[in-house]
Design a protein around this ligand. Structure first.
Ligand SMILES: [Fe+2]
Length: 262
């Protein structure tokens, strides 16, 4: 049984090879889109701000959008991340799993003035989903994400419902959240119900990370269109057998003999 009372955990992968493959592929795309080359993947990622200096927010975003498109067109990231973290994802969700079709790639250069404000992913995402935040480099101090655990998040939701005071809610959430250091080869796995975000990266290294969501096929969906956003990743024999009957054309002979069958 996973101890998930905090609403988040850090987990080491079962298999590092798919993560190395993703990291290498990401570096190839960074070299192409940001026009530089270095043979060490960690240097290419950590020092991206030095290889591609003086980009304004719009230019950085344009390059990031192009890179994400290539990335998702050419590799099946959700499948690869699943094979790196299969044991823990299956423990959370069981054998019938949906995976986000397209991975997000986040690039946070040192002193980027636009970090991700504190927020939660539900209800646009189902409260029964898990988020895998997977860094492609070691993340520590302000280079890491910050998260507020389940209990503290809930206290603040009650405060907001009672006082309708967004400014103090945000101030308290930011003050109470904790940096969560995560290394390459690990994932921060969190519930869509807990508050999380990032501050300005004050370290002298660029953070490059992926985030992907997984959910059980039978759990209630969020507000996003589940069929557009997710793809079927794994199904059990029970689901296959059950759905075969559910989607068969009605057999009228069986209908006539319904009493005997019941
Ligand atoms: Fe989020």
């Amino acid at each position: 049984m996973i101890d998930f009372k905090k609403g988040y955990i850090i987990k080491k992968c079962d298999n590092i090879e798919p993560l190395k493959e993703i990291q290498n592929y990401l570096c190839k795309l960074l070299h192409k889109h940001f026009d530089f080359y270095h043979d060490d993947p960690f240097t290419s990622l950590n020092q991206l701000h030095k290889f591609a200096p003086n980009l304004n927010a719009t230019q950085l975003n344009e390059k990031r959008v192009g890179l994400i498109e290539d990335f998702n067109n050419e590799i099946d990231c959700s499948e690869m991340i699943f094979s790196a973290f299969e044991t823990i994802i299956t423990q959370f969700l069981g054998p019938d799993i949906l995976a986000q079709k397209k991975s997000n790639v986040v690039i946070q250069m040192p002193n980027d003035p636009n970090p991700s404000e504190i927020h939660r992913d539900a209800p646009s995402h189902s409260p029964y989903e898990i988020v895998l935040w997977v860094p492609m480099v070691d993340c520590f101090k302000t280079k890491a994400m910050h998260v507020l655990d389940h209990q503290k998040s809930n206290v603040l939701y009650d405060f907001l419902a009672k006082n309708d005071d967004w400014a103090n809610f945000e101030k308290e959430a930011t003050a109470q959240s904790e940096y969560v250091p995560v290394n390459f080869g690990e994932a921060l796995i969190f519930s869509t119900t807990v508050l999380h975000g990032s501050h300005i990266n004050k370290e002298n290294e660029t953070r490059v990370s992926l985030n992907l969501r997984y959910k059980n096929i039978f759990s209630p969906s969020g507000l996003k269109n589940q069929l557009q956003y997710f793809k079927v990743l794994k199904t059990s024999d029970l689901l296959k057998i059950g759905s075969e009957l559910q989607f068969k054309k009605i057999d009228y002979n069986l209908q006539k003999n319904k009493k005997e069958i019941d």
